[in-house]
Ligand binder design. Structure first.
Ligand code: DX5
Ligand code: ZN
Length: 264
């Protein structure tokens, strides 16, 4: 969810250690997006319903073509089969060398947003245009080794920036900490240019790394293994939401700083 949609609940309470009032702020507006790649593929329908009931915001659908990445996952037919089972926002992540031929099939299958990779170079602009002309939201993904500067020309044309925190291709990998400065940079550009794109993180996002990403400025959390591995999916989503809300910079205003709505 874009930063302007962050919803600040401001409470004040007497701080016995100080004469000033302390602001206790909780930030809603985090987007929790379980990645179906970590589901039990024998029961995709059941797993989709499980996500649907969990309180999550999006369902992240990883499309791998065996060329852009080594792995192959599933295609539009599977997405179309799952579409009637939930009203969740379908976030399609195309790890594919030729998204041009897949955008229309995934749009028809029920995608709400389609993410293409900035590594596709000069094809990024026409792809963004193609996604828009299909009436879908635009996501732009960037791999860990790619310089963040490459996304800069597109920031005013996208709904979501997807910062890969693992090298794409497989679920269950370890989070790459060197990607954290990219999140900070993306958040700084968003502020400076008064833009509204969501900042997503994808890969190795668990309860610990999600908090670090949120602290760096992320607001959208794609998580597969960490969520599907929990006995209570709903509890895990709630926990992820809570800890990302409290780690986000918007929740960390200093004691003394006046906040709209604060009682003097
Ligand atoms: C990685 C995919 C991710 C993956 C995340 O190539 O793009 O969406 O499903 O899975 P975890 O959370 O298991 O790293
Ligand atoms: Zn993904």
């Amino acid at each position: 969810m874009p930063p302007l949609a962050l919803f600040l609940h401001v409470f004040t309470s007497e701080n016995p250690q100080s004469t000033s009032r302390r602001c206790l702020i909780s930030v809603s507006g985090m987007t929790i997006a379980p990645s179906l790649l970590a589901a039990d593929f024998k029961y995709l329908a059941r797993e989709t319903r499980r996500v649907d009931r969990s309180g999550a915001d999006w369902l992240h659908l990883d499309i791998m073509d065996g060329h852009f990445v080594q792995n192959i996952s599933f295609g539009p037919a599977v997405v179309k089969t799952l579409r009637p089972l939930t009203k969740l926002f379908f976030d399609v992540h195309l790890m594919c060398s030729k998204p041009e031929i897949l955008l229309e099939p995934f749009a028809r299958a029920g995608a709400n947003q389609m993410n293409i990779h900035v590594e596709l170079g000069e094809r990024v602009s026409p792809l963004i245009w193609q996604i828009r002309s299909l009436g879908k939201k635009v996501g732009l993904a960037i791999n860990p080794p790619t310089a963040i500067g490459l996304v800069q020309p597109f920031l005013d044309r996208i709904d979501s920036l997807l910062i890969m925190t693992v090298n794409p291709g497989f679920g269950g990998q370890s989070f790459i900490y060197e990607t954290l400065p990219k999140i900070q940079q993306a958040a700084a550009w968003r502020n400076e240019r008064n833009l509204r794109y969501a900042i997503g993180v994808d890969g190795g996002v668990d309860f610990q790394t999600a908090a670090e990403c949120s602290r760096a400025g992320a607001d959208t959390f794609i998580s597969g293994t960490a969520l599907f591995g929990q006995r209570s999916f709903r509890g895990a989503v709630r926990k992820l939401r809570k800890l990302t809300e409290s780690a986000h910079p918007a929740a960390l205003l200093p004691d003394s700083e006046p906040v709209a709505g604060e009682v003097a």
